[in-house]
Structures are given as C-alpha cells and as structure tokens.
Design a protein around this ligand. Structure first.
Ligand SMILES: NC(=O)c1ccc[n+]([C@@H]2O[C@H](COP(=O)([O-])OP(=O)(O)OC[C@H]3O[C@@H](n4cnc5c(N)ncnc54)[C@H](O)[C@@H]3O)[C@@H](O)[C@H]2O)c1
Length: 255
C-alpha cells in the first residue's frame, strides 16, 4: 500500500511502541494522529514532529472518544492505517498468597482496556476506512493490533494480561475475514520484551537481565523496530489475518 499522503491513527501514541510507530510512519510521509489519554505526552510528541503529526486526548475504552479520534484522523487525509498500541499489563495469580481469589475488578479493567479498547478503535476505524476511495488494487486500509508473546507464553501472574492478549490474537482472523470485502487488512503484532516506559519502571539490573533472556540479539527491542514492523505491514499488502511475533526468538519461561 502506498503510505505517502495516507492518514494514520495511533492509539497509545504518546509513549513506547505507539510513539515509535508515530515517528516511523511520519518519517515515511504518513500524516499521524496521536490518540492517547496522556494529553501532555501526545501534544509534546506531535509538536516535536511538526506538521505531519497532530494529537487528540481521549480514552480508548470510551467509544465516543474513539469516534472523535477517527474523525480527526480522517480529516487529515484518507484514513488508511489504524494502530492499536494503548494498553497495559497486570500482575496477579489465580489465587493470592493467602489463597483469596484474583481480584475481579483488576481482571475486568485489563480486558476493558486491552480488548474493548482495541475493539472500539478497530470497529470505528474500519467503518470510516470502508467509505474511502479504494486504491488501484482495491485496498482501502490496514488495522494493526498489539498483542504480546504473553498470549502464547503466559507467565505466572499473567492471567488477566494473557487473557486480554489472547483475545486480541483471537480477533485477528475473523476481523480480517469480516473486512476483506471492503479491502481492509488486519494484522496483529505480538511483541516480546521492548524498551518502553512500561518496562522502564523496572530497575536497570532487571531490565539488563531481561535483555539477556532474549535468544538473539540479547537485548530489549526498540520502539523504532516496532514502528518498522508496522510500516512493513502497512506497505506489504499480502500480509493479512496473521499474528507476527516480534521477539528476538524469546520463549517466556513460567516465571
Ligand atoms: N513494552 C513491552 O515489552 C511490550 C511487550 C508486549 C506487549 N506490549 C503491549 O504493547 C502496548 C504498548 O505498550 P508500551 O510498552 O508502549 O506501553 P507504554 O506504557 O509506554 O505506552 C502505552 C500508552 O497507552 C496510553 N494509554 C493507556 N491507557 C489508555 C487508554 N485507556 N486510552 C488511551 N490511551 C491509553 C498510555 O497513556 C501510554 O501513552 C500495550 O498493549 C502492551 O501490553 C508491550
């Protein structure tokens, strides 16, 4: 797909993998709308990048916020790319150390953010993309979702997180099938360990140790490498309905 001149909406675009995606796509001539609940961070990034980027503050769990974000992105050019990076993790076992059950509120919160948030943006972005003029080969756009290797290698304490990322993986093929008739592709990336503020909370020693656990290269992935993957998915029209692990070959152990 031709990227130059297209409009893209990136959720969670103010930080980490989303910000890496915004930088990469803007560098390729894509007009990016940063959609994040962190308004200060979103504004800062958009201002740093300049006229090819703008931002909108909002919450992906709120369908109205998602619609506003989609509308804004569509006002910048034909909406061809929607990337779901807003999300977070949670640590909690099926039962706690005192044998009490996993907190239900925390479980629901993670599903709401990682699954419903992805659903909200995917559905609204697809509705708008479906109204754009198709490109020469009939393609209208692509939706890129973010799962995690935790969808496959869920570790101790990742019950809620793995459930949410498994759902993102599970939505990929049916969404691609649903949208094939309007020329929209759906691809999911399952990242391994990336150097973002999400992992930045850990002490440096622990982050180094995590890097050493990667098969090769023995280091954390960079947000720019995630952005490059998104750009390739957008560009390569033969990628569809697939989940791609981007993880340096890591297979997570039980803990
Ligand atoms: N960093 C990793 O190693 C890693 C690995 C696998 C999967 N992931 C997944 O990648 C995604 C991005 O992670 P990251 O490391 O870039 O995290 P991050 O914390 O750096 O960025 C997440 C961004 O999402 C935004 N956000 C959170 N909740 C939101 C909401 N309700 N509405 C709008 N914006 C919201 C935050 O403000 C933040 O800017 C997450 O879904 C995460 O689970 C990350």
């Amino acid at each position: 797909m031709e990227l130059k001149g297209a409009s893209a909406l990136i959720t969670g675009g103010a930080s980490g993998l989303g910000a890496g995606t915004v930088r990469t796509l803007c560098g390729l001539g894509v007009r990016c709308t940063v959609f994040d609940r962190n308004e200060t961070g979103a504004k800062q990034l958009a201002e740093e990048i300049g006229p090819v980027a703008d931002y909108i503050a909002g919450d992906v769990t709120n369908p109205d916020d998602c619609q506003r974000a989609v509308d804004q992105a569509a006002g910048n050019g034909p909406l061809r790319i929607a990337v779901n990076c807003a999300g977070t993790g949670w640590v909690g076992r099926v039962i706690n150390r005192d044998n009490s059950p996993h907190d239900l509120g925390a479980f629901k919160f993670i599903q709401e953010l990682n699954v419903v948030g992805t659903f909200n943006v995917m559905t609204r972005a697809a509705s708008t993309m479906a109204l754009t003029d198709p490109l020469a080969d009939g393609e209208r756009g692509v939706i890129v979702n973010t799962a995690s290797v935790a969808a496959f290698d869920g570790q101790i304490g990742q019950l809620a997180y793995s459930a949410s990322k498994g759902a993102v993986v599970g939505m990929t093929l049916p969404a691609a099938r649903d949208l094939a008739s309007v020329g929209i592709r759906v691809v999911t990336i399952a990242p391994g360990l990336f150097d973002t503020p999400l992992l930045g909370m850990l002490p440096e020693e622990q982050r180094d140790a995590l890097g050493q656990s990667v098969l090769f290269p023995k280091k954390l992935g960079q947000p720019s490498q995630y952005g490059e993957m998104v750009a390739h998915i957008a560009h390569n029209s033969y990628l569809n309905g697939e989940v791609i692990r981007l993880d340096g070959g890591i297979r997570m152990p039980p803990k």
